[in-house]
Every structure is written in C-alpha cells, then in structure tokens.
Design a protein around this ligand. Sequence first.
Ligand code: DGL
Length: 284
Amino acid sequence: MTIGVFDSGFGGLTVLSALLRQLPEYDYLYLGDSARAPYGIRSPEVIDEFSRQAVARLFGEGCPLVVVACNTVSARALRNLQQKFLPVHFPDHRILGVVRPSAEELAGLPPGAIPGITPPTLADGTVAVLGTSGTVASGSYRLELAKLAPRLRIVQKACPMWVPLVENGELSGPGTDHFLHQILDPLLAVPEQRPAKILLACTHYPLLLPSIRPMVPANIEIISQGALMAERLADWLRRHPEMETRLRKNGVRQYVTTDDPVWFSEQGSKILGTTIRVERLHLP
Ligand code: DGL
C-alpha cells in the first residue's frame, strides 16, 4: 500500500520532494495529469470530474491514502471527493488536501486544528494568498481562515501568468520579473497594509521563489507548501495508526503522467534533483 500524490502536472513534485525529505521510508506513487493541465482555469465541474478519475485510479493502483498537492483541486473539488465520493465508493480510503494545513500555518495554529473544537486564534494582521484563478474564485482559503483565525485579514490574488512561466521554464529574467511585479507591487504598495505572510498557494510558485524573494521585504514571510505539508502529514500519520500501519515502507517511488513521460521526466528530474523514470498512464 502506497501513498498517492496527485497534481494536475509536474508542479506537485515541489510538495513530493518535501515529503521524500521528511518521510523517506514510505512508498509513493505520483500522478501528474499533464495532458489535461492547467486545471487552474477550468470550471468546478470539470475539475471535479478530472479529480475523481485521478483519485480513483490512484486508489486502484493500491494507494489507500492520496495527498492532493494541487491547490486548485483541493480548493474546488476536495469537499465533494471527501463527502460524496469516498463514503460511497471507498469508505476506508482517505484524501488529504493542501488548503486546511496551509490555513493552519497562516493562522499560526499547530497541525490538526479542528474548526469548532480547537479555539480559533485571535491573531490579527494581514496575510496574502497567491493562487490560480480557480483557487481564488473558490473562496476556500477565506472560508478556512474565517473559522481558524477570524481576525486575520486575507488578501487573495490570482496570478494567471505564473503557471505558464514555470511550464515554459521562464523562472527568472526581465520578462518573468515583469509578471511577478505585476502581482507583488500592488500587494506591497501601502506599507501599513502589507501582509505579514505570503502563501504561495500553487504547486508551481515555489519554483519562482528565487525571483520572488528579492522583491519582497525580508520581514515578510513567504510560505511554500512542501515543508508544511510534510510536517502535517507526519503528524496526521501519527494520529491515524489504522492508516499508517497499512502503508509500505520500502522507499519505492513511482511516477506516472497522462502526457509525454520523457518531457515529464526532464521537468521532474530538475525539481527533484535526481533522474526519475516516468510511465504513461491514460485517464479515465
Ligand atoms: N497544480 C495547480 C495548483 O496548485 C497549478 C497548475 C494548474 O493550474 O493546473 O493550483
């Protein structure tokens, strides 16, 4: 039994890479639905359908636990997957997304906070969430933060050009800087309203971090999701021994994509810093 990691494409390898660092003993199967990416601009119905197909395939490949690295899927489709799909078709399987753990991190709460049970933090100030159009339009981060940290002001910004930049390998240079400034400058324009934390709420954005960091004052924390997901997955596994004991610990890694495996391997090997062998998979 393997941990499945699902993303619309190769960006989720930024999350997998942190999981491999912190939890190397487990077996992982990564699925990137590159043939149908980007998801960020698609309608909720389509994201729902694609996600159900991908998650069902990972379950079928022997993954009782799927980590959804994709923010767009976590924001748009996770609730349906967890509340409508799992109970009917796979009641002993689990799907974890990135929105709740990231909202906990923004709120400064420890892993496993339960809205309605864990007292919300009274922290105030401003936090910013940068994501795809789909993630921002879903309002999921706003909803989670309203429960976990009702006094926090949240500024959300869709960055539609950032994923294409990464997909095309444009991680730095004047063209890239233009599109980064386009988002960051208005966010930072009024010193009193600057966010204390900026969440990179998209799998691809951490790859732009070396270009983003110098544009943002050093006292503003920029949060990538890999490390926080690794920490919170470790905590979740400790609290769910019924799942943890089902997982194989042979350090096996498998990678599948719905598009060209050679291209995926090139992109993925750069992110993971090691050559990966990728196989083609057809969905549904
Ligand atoms: N994986 C998506 C996310 O994290 C970004 C790429 C896409 O739009 O498919 O939101």
